[in-house]
Ligand binder design. Structure first.
Ligand code: MN
Length: 128
């Protein structure tokens, strides 16, 4: 079963999303800030990372930049979540290396669709 790392500082959102993903059959690891997120991306080797963009310690844009600059984590797809659904945020997320983007409040079925697409795509692309 694919493993998802969820990086979200809002405890209620984190617990809710994590429970719903587990119910779908995913293994879920969670982190509450960007620094912990980077550490866990390395230690947990998840198949996909879902990260909030507004995070304490290191924000989601910088988390993504660092993961994509690291050979051990750059192959992991990153799906960014943000309440600021401005085109500018989307742009910054894509420039930082995010593979996809979704807006908060999370619409779970839409998120699942994006998760599924990213996991499929990863299987098609050999790791570099
Ligand atoms: Mn946040």
């Amino acid at each position: 079963m694919p493993k998802i790392l969820l990086v979200e500082d809002n405890e209620m959102n984190r617990d809710m999303l994590s429970r719903r993903l587990v119910r779908q059959g995913f293994a879920v690891a969670t982190a509450a800030d960007g620094q912990e997120g980077i550490r866990m991306a390395r230690s947990e080797a998840p198949d996909l990372i879902v990260t909030d963009l507004s995070l304490p310690v290191i924000d989601g844009w910088e988390v993504t930049r660092r993961l994509k600059a690291d050979n051990s984590t750059r192959h992991i797809p990153v799906l960014a979540l943000s309440a600021h659904a401005m085109p500018e945020d989307l742009n910054r997320a894509m420039l930082a290396g995010c593979d996809d983007f979704d807006t908060k409040p999370v619409q779970f079925s839409r998120l699942l669709e994006k998760v599924g697409m990213l996991l499929e795509r990863k299987c098609d692309v050999p790791k570099t």
